[in-house]
Design a protein around this ligand. Structure first.
Ligand code: UD1
Length: 445
């Protein structure tokens, strides 16, 4: 019988932009400017990354629109190309032609640069019956285990071993097809839910995922899979049911707007006590964030897919990060920059990742008054932050530094742009267009 895993030479047609080599690249933020105007939100990075991996489920071409121009997207394109996918990018549209997958093992050097590359394991296993993916390992914000992903794949009939840092998975038996199963996630992991949805889409029979993540990116993936011919129900609720189909087909699909970028822009207005219009947004994706902004004293007004925000006095408040629909961990650092300038004392509790408060030390360098105990930060608002050289220790911490710089007296030099550029498309250009004064220095031309 012909193996589902074909060998051969990978068609490496890859027209994604090359990643820039980063030297001492930094942003110089001259603080104290009022902002005014309109900020446009790009497609969601976290959705786009998983939707790209879904191309491995079909021999047809997947067209994704509203894909943000980010280094993480380029990295994912390179990983898919290494597996044999033809990747063609034009503006914010990306075509992924997975007709001839030639490898089921993305190379470590590429995977190592992008945790989200672990998403490949589900679709590879479902289509090829085999996958070898290096463990993504930890990152700046925590250990990032994949126990739930592996447990779920086993429940779908995969044999999985982890040796020498590589997860090797295969489906035994005739046809090498996964079989539907009942999966209960111990925690509602976004990545595990997405991996298992993709795996189950091509499994024989029905799969039920209980305690599934509720995040909008999960619903977006369900939307794409459905457009490709999958049968998915319940995405956005704790129980997702997937009725496996024999094969999936081509689709043309637009990525949802990035709720974290939108939240960052709203916070840019708040921290500079300005008025801005931010769009497009899906307000339900930002529920907890909008509630907290209102609690802080911001005025919000929805106009179709645009949100108008206006800020003057900012009140202190307490917030704790939670899985969706709770307050997103990805906006905890940016919101803390705002609270550092609020009237009164705020408490911020990080419940999702164990090491996601490293920005506290950097904010303190800018004059913020913050005390830490475990995963809790107690922030006493100060009248004014002062510009300083700071380092963004992860993607969202870098954004928090830029926001703090917008409000600070003098110049803030933000390093750590290799993180920032992973998740924010042309951040300084967008902010400068509404009145910020940010210069990028040290970038190789
Ligand atoms: C995704 C997002 C990330 C966001 C996070 C939480 C992408 C590419 N990244 O990451 O930006 O901050 O959701 O909203 O979409 N956990 C386990 N065991 C597992 C898996 C996870 O204990 O097997 C724990 C993690 O340690 C963490 C929590 O679950 O404490 C949430 O992790 P998860 O939802 O899996 O986050 P990611 O999918 O990695």
């Amino acid at each position: 019988m012909r193996s589902r895993f074909m060998t051969g030479t990978a068609p490496m047609t890859l027209s994604v932009a090359p990643r820039k080599q980063l030297l001492d690249t930094r942003l110089e933020v001259s603080g104290g400017q009022r902002l005014a105007g309109e900020l446009r939100v790009s497609g969601a990075k976290n959705s786009a990354l998983v939707l790209m991996a879904a191309c491995l489920l079909t021999r047809d071409t997947l067209r994704l629109r509203n894909v943000p121009p980010l280094t993480d997207i380029t990295a994912m394109g390179e990983i898919l190309a290494a597996l044999g996918v033809r990747v063609t990018r034009s503006g914010d549209t990306i075509d992924l032609d997975g007709e001839s997958i030639t490898r089921a093992a993305p190379p470590y050097e590429l995977v190592n640069s992008l945790r989200a590359s672990f998403f490949c394991i589900g679709p590879l296993l479902a289509r090829m019956g085999t996958a070898q993916v290096p463990l993504p390992g930890g990152c700046q914000i925590g250990s990032r285990p994949v126990v739930e992903h592996v447990k779920g794949l086993k429940a779908l009939g995969a044999q999985v071993t982890i040796e020498h840092g590589v997860v090797t998975a295969s489906v035994p038996g005739r046809g090498h097809r996964l079989t539907g199963g009942h999966i209960h996630l111990d925690c509602p992991s976004v990545g595990a839910t997405e991996t298992l949805m993709m795996a189950a889409a091509l499994a024989d029979g029905e799969t039920i995922i209980d305690n599934a993540a509720l995040e909008p990116e999960v619903i977006d993936l369900a939307g794409l899979l459905t457009a490709m011919g999958a049968r998915v129900q319940g995405a956005g609720t704790p129980t997702i049911t997937i009725d496996g189909v024999q094969e999936l087909h081509a689709a043309d699909y637009a990525v949802i707007p990035d709720r974290i970028e939108a939240g960052t822009f709203l916070l840019a207005a708040a921290i500079t006590r300005s008025s801005l219009t931010v769009g497009p947004v899906i307000p339900e994706h930002l529920g907890a964030v909008l509630t907290k902004l209102e609690e802080a004293g911001c005025l919000l007004h929805q106009d179709g897919t645009d949100l108008h925000i206006s800020a003057s006095e900012i009140r202190a408040l307490d917030l704790r990060t939670m899985p969706f629909p709770g307050f997103p961990t990805d906006l905890q650092a940016p919101f803390m920059s705002l609270l550092a300038t609020a009237n009164g004392t705020s408490l911020v509790v990080e419940n999702i990742f164990e090491n996601r408060l490293q920005h506290v030390a950097e904010l303190q360098r800018m004059g913020a008054s913050i005390r830490m105990q475990g995963n809790t930060a107690c922030i006493e608002g100060v009248a004014r932050l002062s510009g300083a050289p700071v380092h963004g220790t992860d993607l969202r911490a870098s954004a928090a530094m830029v926001l703090a710089g917008l409000a600070a007296e003098g110049v803030t030099t933000v390093r750590g742009l290799e993180f920032l550029d992973r998740g924010y498309a042309h951040l300084e250009d967008k902010l400068n267009a509404v009145g910020a004064r940010i210069r990028r220095l040290g970038d190789p031309a």
